[in-house]
Write a protein that binds this ligand. Structure first.
Ligand code: HEC
Length: 176
């Protein structure tokens, strides 16, 4: 005969089970949310690294295009970019699901080629650093242009063009 107590303890067991299932579902969900946050954090970091590189390139442009007399500055900015080149592979290594990015899936499909685009960029940055530290001022502009080409060499294959940028998509979305 099932007494009142056993009915109670069965319902208690069911409740406990339901609570357990719910809490594990909950923590699974929390895990997923956290993974998405981490994806966004990785993507933001990559973009910050690129913005640093972009700022150095812009600073060199300011100097060269306007003929500013700032001895050592071009070499310094080029050196900073050579240093930053060492951050790119690790910054991009992790495949992410974030949509707030212009990184193309080709990066992870053709990782070796992505790495060689990094190497080309590093070489071009060091070449500019050397040219800007050397006695031949006429070597600086060509080295700066070659460095610019190395950005394009990577962006062309591995970064979404402006028309397809997530920033544009975000804006289109906001305006609807
Ligand atoms: C090895 C590949 C590679 C090289 C070399 C490279 N970039 Fe990038 N860059 C990328 C990728 C990929 C993105 C897109 C990142 C994203 O949106 O997640 C990017 C994004 C950027 C951005 C936008 C950052 C943002 O906030 O969205 C700037 C600015 C930039 N790059 C400048 C440069 C400049 C300037 C150079 C050369 C001096 C350069 N990059 C060299 C791969 C590269």
């Amino acid at each position: 005969m099932i007494g009142f107590d056993s009915v109670r303890s069965i319902s208690f067991l069911r409740l406990a089970l339901a609570a357990f299932v719910l809490s594990s579902l909950g923590s699974g969900l929390a895990h997923e949310v956290r993974a998405d946050d981490m994806d966004d954090a990785h993507v933001k970091y990559r973009q910050s690294v690129m913005e640093g590189i972009g700022a150095n390139m812009g600073a060199i442009g300011d100097i060269l295009k306007n003929g500013l007399v700032l001895p050592g500055h071009v070499a310094n900015h080029a050196g900073q970019m050579a240093d930053s080149s060492e951050l790119i592979a690790a910054a991009f290594k992790q495949k992410t699901k974030s949509t707030q990015t212009d990184a193309k899936p080709e990066i992870w499909k053709d990782w070796t080629q992505f790495e060689s685009a990094i190497a080309d960029f590093a070489t071009a940055a060091k070449d500019l650093q050397k040219a800007a530290s050397g006695p031949d001022a006429s070597a600086v502009m060509p080295a700066y242009k070659a460095l610019g080409k190395s950005c394009g060499g990577c962006h062309k294959k591995f970064r979404k063009p402006k028309e397809e940028s997530f920033r544009k998509m975000n804006m289109d979305h906001d305006h609807k």
